[in-house]
Design a binder for this molecule. Sequence first.
Ligand code: MV4
Length: 444
Amino acid sequence: MFKKILIANRGEIALRVIRTCKEMGIKTVAVYSTADKDSLHVRFADEAVCIGPPISAKSYLSIPNIIAAAEITNADAIHPGYGFLSENEKFSRVCQEHEIKFIGALPEQIAGMGDKATAKATMLAAGVPCIPGSKGLLKDLADAKKNAKKIVYPVILKATAGGGGKGMRIVWKEEEMEAAWDGTRAESKAAFGNDGLYMEKFIVDPHHIEIQIAGDQFGNVCHMSERDCSIQRRHQKLVEETPSPFMTDELREKMGVAAIKAAKAVKYEGVGTVEFLVDENRDCYFMEMNTRIQVEHTITEEVINYDLIKEQIKIAAGIKISGENHYPKGHSIQCRINAEDPDHDFRPSPGKITSYHQPGGHGVRIDTHVYAGYTIPSNYDSMISKLIVVAQTREEAINKMKRALDEYIIEGVKTTIPFHQKLMMDEQFNKGVFTTKFMETFEY
Ligand code: MV4
């Protein structure tokens, strides 16, 4: 087992990883920017190293600074959390070269999944259901038009270097293709330095359902059921839950098999997520594979009673997993509490938390790095905390979430708590009838 893990991240996830390391008897090293010197991850780690100024590019994204911190503290592994360097091919490779275990995917796997057209070709070859579309990249505008005719409009142009909603455009009819082609290519070139595009049939009004998987160094792979992440806005998830209200035993089996095929196709080691779009007929299609721990891993932990960070560390250390799939017991919901103003288009509201009281009690979990008097810096994402509930049924989980939201007091910054309170009262949400379109029409 590792003796000392450096956590190349900040905020709640850094604290989340430190907690599991402590329980496993592993020493921890925190790294921090000068904006985070008063952060709890710095206080709770065994050692802490300042890695630069507030700007991420010079601290949490600086590979030399982080490797130097690992070398001077003698860390034998690095946990990257989510975001920042968690899916960075170069960082995974540099860790390898320095004989520091990267608790995440291999460089080739990150590259293979990061290029979306390559990822899709790999999945198609492995027999994972994919959205009908172009075979690889499109050559030119004429090729795009030809493909769209065959696929049948509406279609979607996607940047192969994109993902998470960046670099894509829906095209409803041929007259729109030229502008869409030029626009998406220019955008992709500017954003990713890569203007490769591919095309898919546009699935109108899908559900976003993802499957948690784990694979070990011996080829054992299991799935840990689904999370429904359809409640999102501008590709930012707001609420996640498991099981999905749209799920059936048959669909879970089908998606579980597909996710395991996906993981085996790339010899996946570690914990990961296979994202699917699911249409009204419950046909599911591979969308992306995430080779990191995700923000919403918590709800899976609550219903399968398993520590996914511990699982990640064990797999990285070469310990075998059973290969048995995990099915949910009870129902878990997570609300992301952000320092944002829901009355003003969710604009960021950084600043000092002047007063703080968090809910507790049976079935309530809060993952956070904040406390009364903490200042949320404007340099990073605006998440304050993740409020997670678990109960026996969905109805009980919603009631528990309402109760917990009512108990939550955060003063000094605007938060998304009022939005979540309104959502928990919504009739359609309570019926469990929603898709990725939900937030387009929800009045809050
Ligand atoms: C799609 C789609 C419909 N059809 N692809 C958005 C994020 C990126 N991972 C892919 N996305 C989508 N791809 C086809 N062929 C609709 C979306 C999409 C979406 C997906 C999941 C959750 C929310 C979404 C919101 C808008 C569009």
